[in-house]
Design a binder for this molecule. Structure first.
Ligand SMILES: Nc1nc2c(c(=O)[nH]1)N[C@H]1C(S)=C(S)[C@@H](COP(=O)(O)O)O[C@H]1N2
Ligand SMILES: [Mo]
Length: 156
């Protein structure tokens, strides 16, 4: 009986280790509600982001004295996300954070700013205040960089 227990414990230990090692940073689970596309909200997950493909861009936050350094952001292109769901024409796309704070972005801004659902900055996961997903809006001021993105609404 003792032997069985020992083997059981070893098995549980080994399985839990395997579970941990399988999880890479970018596998961290998150869901963003994508609304205004179909009748029901779409659950856009980290797995969907991987499917569309992650990109890396250099981005700077605009500042009056332009003293913000350029950062390397990894994430999924907002434009590609919308294209993935068949959205070509829209008036604006609204991006909202967990606190309910939101901004609207025109297709032109999405394109020129290379807007990204950012997952990593300079190779590091985002902190709890901003992550797991922060909108990256290259060249725009920090009020546009919505933290803790939870909802995206397409306004057609
Ligand atoms: N979710 C969310 N993101 C946000 C905001 C907010 O209120 N909620 N404010 C924006 C503005 S106006 C600023 S100045 C920065 C502030 O980030 P900080 O609170 O980490 O300094 O976040 C931007 N992103
Ligand atoms: Mo701000």
């Amino acid at each position: 009986m003792k032997k069985v227990l020992v083997i059981l414990f070893i098995a549980i230990f080994v399985f839990s280790l395997a579970g941990c090692s399988n999880k890479s940073d970018s596998d961290e689970g998150w869901t963003i509600s994508l609304e205004g596309v179909g009748k029901e909200p779409i659950k856009f997950t980290n797995q969907d982001a991987q499917k569309i493909g992650l990109v890396t861009i250099k981005a700077t936050m605009k500042n009056k004295d332009s003293s913000y350094p350029e950062q390397e952001w990894e994430g999924v292109s907002l434009e590609q996300v919308l294209e993935h769901y068949g959205i070509k024409n829209y008036i604006t796309v609204k991006v909202e954070g967990a606190d309910g704070s939101a901004k609207e972005y025109t297709p032109d801004l999405v394109f020129t700013s290379k807007a990204l659902l950012g997952l990593k900055v300079d190779g590091k996961k985002l902190n709890d205040k901003a992550g797991p997903v922060q909108l990256v809006v290259n060249g725009k001021g920090q009020k546009w960089w919505i933290k803790k993105v939870t909802k995206i609404t397409v306004i057609k």
